[in-house]
Design a protein around this ligand. Sequence first.
Ligand code: AGP
Length: 608
Amino acid sequence: MCGIVAAVAQRNVQGILLEGLKRLEYRGYDSSGMTVLNNGSLTRHRALGKVAALAEQLDNAPLPGMSGIAHTRWATHGKPSEANAHPHHSSDQVAVVHNGIIENYEHIKQALQANGYTFTSETDTEVIAHLLADKLNSGLGLFEATQEVVSGLGGAYALGVMSVVEPGVVVGARQGSPLVVGVGIDEAFLASDPLALLQVTDRFIYLEEGDLVEIREQGAIQIVDRDGHQVERPVHTFEHGDGAASKGEYRHYMLKEIFEQPEVISAALEGRLSTNSVLVESFGPEAQVLFQNTRQIHIIACGTSYHAGLVARYWLERYAGVPVQVEVASEYRYRHPVVPDGTLFVTLSQSGETADTLAALRFAKTLHYVGTLAICNVPGSSLVRESDMSLMTHAGPEIGVASTKAFTTQLVALMLLTLSVSKAKGQPERAEIVAALQSLPALCKQVLGLAGQIETLSQAFAEKHHALFLGRGAHYPIALEGALKLKEISYIHAEAYPAGELKHGPLALVDSEMPVISVAPNDDLLEKLKSNLQEVRARGGQLFVFADQAVGINDQDGIRVMKLPHVHEALAPLLYTLPLQLLSYYVAVLKGTDVDQPRNLAKSVTVE
Ligand code: AGP
C-alpha cells in the first residue's frame, strides 16, 4: 500500500524523507513525491516509477527545508502518473499525503467543484487538500481544520498534512490505515511503518484508530483521540536493530530473509519451551484457562498467512483433537458465520495491518467467540492491539513483498499453539515434537545448503509459462504456498493441488512441457503420493520432487529428485517450504523480474 513519511526538525529534512521513502518502497512503488516548506512556500517534486526517479530529481533540484511530507504510492484511484502522485496541493497553500481510500470522495469532489475548486488528479486524496484549504480560509488553524475535514471523510486513511499558514507543523490522522509517530530529540516524525524512521529514531508512538496528531518544531507532539480529548500514548522502543532493514551481503531482501530462517525460527521458539514441553503462558496469563475451554478454532488470514492457517488445521485436529475452520478474511468478513459455543478466533498476519484481516477481527468481536488471538510479526500493530491475546512471531522486519521467514515463523507459532491447546486440555505431552522443534534451526541450515543445486534446477523453469505443485495432507498447503511464491515473483502461472485430486481434472494439463513439483516427506501418505507421481510420469510430465533422503525416490528419466534431511513428520511442512522458496527465487532471478517488489503487489495491504 501507499507509504507516508513526514518530518519536522531543526535540520534539512529532505534526506530523512528520501531515506524514509526508500525504506517504505516495499509498500507500494508506482510513483513517489515530496513537499518541503522553504521560505514560506511549499516546494514539491513528484516522479513516476521507483523512488530512485524522485531521488534523481532531488539531485538535480534539491528541496531544502526543515519540515516536509513525502509519499510512495500504490495506485487505487487513478492510474500511476505524475499528476496522481502525492503530495496533492491546493493552490500551493496546503499539501497532503494519504494512505487508504476515501469512499465518499466523489460526492465531496462535486461539492468542491461547484465552489470553484479545480482538480488536477484523478485521486480520491485531492479532495482532502481542497477541503483543508477551504477550512483554513475560514480562519481555522491546521489542526482544527484537519479535525473538521476528517470528521466528514468515509473510508480509511492515514494522513500527513502541512500548510504555509503554519510553518513548522505537520498534522497526521489515522483511521483504518497505520501511522506511527517517531520521537526524536527536538524533532518529530510520522510514518506508515517504524522501519521508515529507524535512521533517525528507535522510539515510536503507535497511534490509535481515530487519533489526530500534531508534530511541531522542538519535537512537540500533541495527540487527540477520536472524541477530541487530548491523550498521552506510550512511547515504545523498537526491538530490532536498523541492520534488519538492510540487504547486507545479499542481492535481494528475499534471499536474505530466506537465509535468516534458522535464526528467526530460534527466536520464535526462545523462552517458549521447557525441556519436554511447551510453555502455555507464552500466549499470556489467561491462555491456560482459555485453551482448556476451547472446543473449536476459527483461523482467519490472507495470502501466505492463510496457507499457514491451513497447515495448522492438520496439526490442531491431529495433535490437539480440536476441530478447526480456516478461511480467507475477505470472505469471512461478509459471511454470516455460525460460531459454536467455545470457539476461539485466531488471526494470522505478518504485518498486523491487513485491512481484510483487521475487519474480520472487528466483526468477530461482535460474535460470541470465547476469545481472540493474533499471531503476528509486528508488535504494536492494529491486530495485536485489538486482540485479547497475541503471540509475536519474532521474524524481524520482512521487506521482500513475497513472504518467507514470516511464514515459517507463523508455522512455529502455530505448532506452539497446537502443543499449548493439547497441553491445556490435559493430553499427553508431545516431547518428541518439542525435541524436533529444537533441532529445526539446524535442519533448516542443512536445507539452505542445497541452494546451489536448487539454483541449477531453476534453469528448467526459466522458459516455462505454467507449473503444477502437488502435496498431500499438511503438505497440500505447502504446495499452495510454493505455487503462490512462484506466481508472485516469477509471474509463471502456477497451480497447486492435493495430489489425490489430480485424476479428477488437472491431469488433463500434464504433458511433456508441464513441470510438476512435488513435496514427498516420509509420512503415512508417502505411498499414496508415489502412485500419484506415477500418474504424472505415465503422461510424460516433468517431475521435480523434494523428497526425504530415506524414501527411495531417485533421479531417473523424467524425475529430478532433491533429497532433504529426515525431519519429524509433524514439522516436515516447515522444512519443505524452504526449497520451494529458493526455487521461486532463483527462477525469478533467471527471468530478471523485480524479486523484492513484484509488479502490482504491495507488502502491506491496508485497503480492502
Ligand atoms: C505473501 O507472499 C504475500 N505478499 C501476501 O499473500 C501476504 O501474505 C498477505 O497479503 C497477508 O499479509 P499479512 O500476513 O501481513 O496479513
